[in-house]
Each structure stands twice: as structure tokens, then as C-alpha cells.
Unconditional design. Structure first.
Length: 407
């Protein structure tokens, strides 16, 4: 059996061989348990769809605790190079300390590969009881800007020389704005970059998805009433893309516009949007938003359909073709090695990956297997709490159940 062939990017899009090399990071904490179950299901779905014609040539690369313990680096250069070379990869959850210590490895991957679109679909699987009355109305996909906003990591720690230097510059240059800092001696500072280019490539991807999939709405979510020159600019630049590149025609006197295919592009203040997704979720289908808003909104939406354990995610650069798919939950260190965690976030991220490389038939089989297991009420403990009369399975046994539904 060959060692696999590299995916490449052409002017027409991705060129995917029948045996693509896919780098993967197993992940920290519960990552090994998830990977052991998920890999079996992914490989079986590919085989069920294509027989011996296609297969994935998995290539493990290191990041997180395992990388630190093995080679002394949290994110080795070889790992970044593998994702650059092979274009498409997938990863489990990685540890990020709160406060001091290393910066987020997830953010480092996104910024290092310029994966500007964090794409998170939110779907409901029938049979799960959730906190909302009608979770079936939730059917959205979030396009979260992935490289700017406060996640750029431009911060100055309270009491540091850098913070003092920054505040002196602010005082000397913009004294009226410096006066708004109530306690300068103990303040930490952060810078929030939001660019026209970064905004428009993200909104362009969101609108393109809406048009190609005939989605009724694109909602630009922002806090532009307060942060006028960053989030307000995001809104304005987003509408500019809708009008100038997609032929959006204004609706009434406001900024809302309608595209030629009927899709409506509108906007919503972020705090109001968190209310909207509870009261009128059917009024939103594709969401384009900034980095921090997208973090909040995607987790809130996941809670409405069954939790982050079934929430997939992708980080994509549509120009270069680079994409890293990922489980969106944390490492769950208390469950590490206990064979109890839910692999569905990773599996549904793999489903997104398969669609991205054009293997939709295998992706469909993963979704069908998860639907079958939920219908049969044979799920992991987190889902069993939300499915009355269900049987709580271990991670590996749940993997067996999914394999049975594949057949």
C-alpha cells in the first residue's frame, strides 16, 4: 500500500488524490480516547462509500503536551510545515493555560497558516432534548473571523514596562482618550485590530456559501454601536461586499440588501443576536462575525442543540486551500483515559473535512451513523443525559455502535 499522495491547490480548486495524506494531531487530555474511536469510523465511512478505491493516509504530527514531552516544543516547526505542505488536516483538543504560560496553540495554528475563516455549522439531531422548546429551528453556519480582533494577542500586562510605555504614549498623543483610563497604574491594555481586507474576505466566504447553498439570510453580527471604528466598520465593509461583489440591492431606507438569488443580507447587534437565536432562530442561517463574538455565539448555539460535544469546526483559507478541522471542545483532563468522552465533535469535523475534499458520500455516512445511534438511544454519557431512556456507552463502545450503523 502506498504512503499517500499530497493534496494540491490549482486555479480550479483543490486537487485531491484517491489516497490523500492527512496530518492529524491526536490532542491532549481526552484526545487519545476520541481519536481511537473516531479514526475507525472515518476509515470505515470512506471504505463504505468507495470500497478500496479511496483511503486516507493518516500522518500523525505533534502539538500540545505530547509534543512538549516528546520534543520539548508545544508546537514544533515540523507540525506547522506538515499542515502547510499537505494543505488539509485535523486535530483534537489542545491545552491552553489561563493567564500565564503558553499562548493558545489553536490561535497559533490559525494565525500561522492564515486560516481566516472559522466555520462552525450548528445542526440539531432529532431525539436530543435540549434547553429550548424547538431546537429543530436552529440551522445555522457561523463564519467567524479568525486572525484579527482581540485574538491577535497584542496585550500589555498590568504593571509591566510595556503597559507603562503604552499609557505614556497614549497620554502624550491622545490625552483626552488617556483620561478615560480610570486606574492607569493597574490597567492591562489590549489592542483590537479589525481591517477592511480581513473583514471582507471573511464576509465574502460567508455570502458565497449562502448563495451556493440557497440560504435565506446572511447576518452580520457586531457591536458597532459601541466599537464604531472596529465592529461598526466590520458591518459597513460587509455590506460593501454584498453590494459591490454580489449585486445586493437595498431594502427600504436601511442598510439591509437583497441579493439576486433572494438571500437577504442584514445585521444584528451581538447582544441582541444572543436573544434572537433563542426567540427567532429561523430568521438566521449564515452568520458572519468577528473573532470574540463568534466564540460566544457558536458555543451558545451549540447549547441549544445538544452541547459542544456535537459541535464541529473548521479553520479555512479559501484562497490557499489550507484547512485544519478540529474538535471544538476542551481537553476534558478529568476524563482522560477513562474511555467516557463523546467523539462526535471530532467526527462531525471530519465530516466537514470529507466534504471539503469532495468526498461527500463518505461524509453522508458519518452523519447517518450518528443519527442512527441517537435514534437507537445508544450514545455516550453526555448525550444520554439529554435522551430519555438511552443507554450510556463508553467511547469505544459508541464507536462500535456507529460502525454498526454504517453497515
Amino acid at each position: 500500500m502506498s504512503e499517500g499522495t499530497t493534496i494540491s491547490m490549482t486555479p480550479q480548486g483543490l486537487r485531491v488524490p484517491n489516497d490523500p495524506i492527512i496530518p492529524h494531531i491526536i490532542g491532549d487530555g481526552s484526545g487519545p480516547d476520541i481519536w481511537a474511536a473516531a479514526k475507525r469510523v472515518i476509515d470505515a465511512a470512506v471504505q463504505a462509500a468507495y470500497g478500496s478505491e479511496r483511503r486516507i493516509a493518516w500522518k500523525e504530527v505533534l502539538a500540545g503536551q505530547k509534543a512538549h514531552d516528546t520534543v520539548g516544543s508545544w508546537l514544533p516547526d515540523e507540525t506547522m510545515e506538515a499542515f502547510r505542505r499537505y494543505l488539509v488536516g485535523i486535530k483534537g483538543p489542545l491545552t491552553t493555560p489561563v493567564g500565564g504560560g503558553i499562548r493558545s496553540l489553536n490561535v497559533a495554528l490559525r494565525q500561522g497558516l492564515d486560516l481566516y475563516a472559522c466555520v462552525r455549522p450548528v445542526r440539531y439531531f432529532k431525539g436530543i432534548e435540549t434547553p429550548v422548546k424547538d431546537p429543530g429551528k436552529v440551522n445555522m453556519i457561523i463564519f467567524r473571523e479568525n486572525t484579527e480582533d482581540i485574538y491577535a494577542g497584542i496585550e500589555f500586562q498590568s504593571g509591566s514596562k510595556e503597559a507603562q510605555t503604552f499609557f505614556r504614549w497614549l497620554t502624550d498623543t491622545y490625552p483626552a482618550r488617556a483620561d478615560k483610563v480610570r486606574f492607569p497604574g493597574t490597567s492591562g491594555f489590549g489592542i483590537k485590530p479589525v481591517s477592511k481586507e480581513g473583514t471582507q474576505r471573511l464576509v465574502r466566504a460567508a455570502i458565497k456559501h449562502a448563495v451556493e447553498n440557497n440560504c435565506p439570510f446572511v447576518t452580520l453580527v457586531h457591536k458597532g454601536n459601541i466599537m464604531k471604528f472596529t465592529e461598526g466598520a466590520f458591518r459597513d465593509w460587509g455590506y460593501e461586499v454584498a453590494r459591490s461583489e454580489f449585486g445586493g440591492v437595498p431594502i427600504g431606507d436601511g442598510p439591509w440588501c437583497r441579493l439576486p438569488n433572494g438571500t437577504v443580507v442584514k445585521d444584528c447587534i451581538c447582544d441582541a443576536f444572543l436573544q434572537e437565536i433563542l426567540i427567532h432562530p429561523q430568521e438566521h442561517s449564515v452568520v458572519a462575525t468577528l473573532n470574540l463574538n463568534g466564540d460566544y455565539c457558536s458555543d451558545a448555539l451549540a447549547a441549544q442543540v445538544g452541547g459542544i460535544g456535537i459541535a464541529p469546526g473548521a479553520n479555512i483559507n479559501y484562497r490557499t486551500g489550507h484547512a485544519v478541522f478540529e474538535a471544538t471542545h476542551g481537553t476534558a483532563p478529568k476524563l482522560a483515559g477513562l474511555n467516557k468522552v463523546n467523539p462526535c465533535s471530532f467526527l462531525l469535523s471530519a465530516e466537514m473535512m470529507l466534504r471539503y475534499i469532495g468526498w461527500g458520500e463518505a461524509a453522508d455516512r458519518i452523519v447517518a451513523a450518528i443519527e442512527g445511534a441517537i435514534t437507537a438511544k445508544t450514545v455516550t454519557a453526555d448525550l444520554a443525559e439529554m435522551i430519555p431512556g438511552s443507554t450510556a456507552l463508553s467511547t469505544s463502545d459508541f464507536g462500535d455502535a456507529l460502525l454498526a450503523h454504517l453497515k
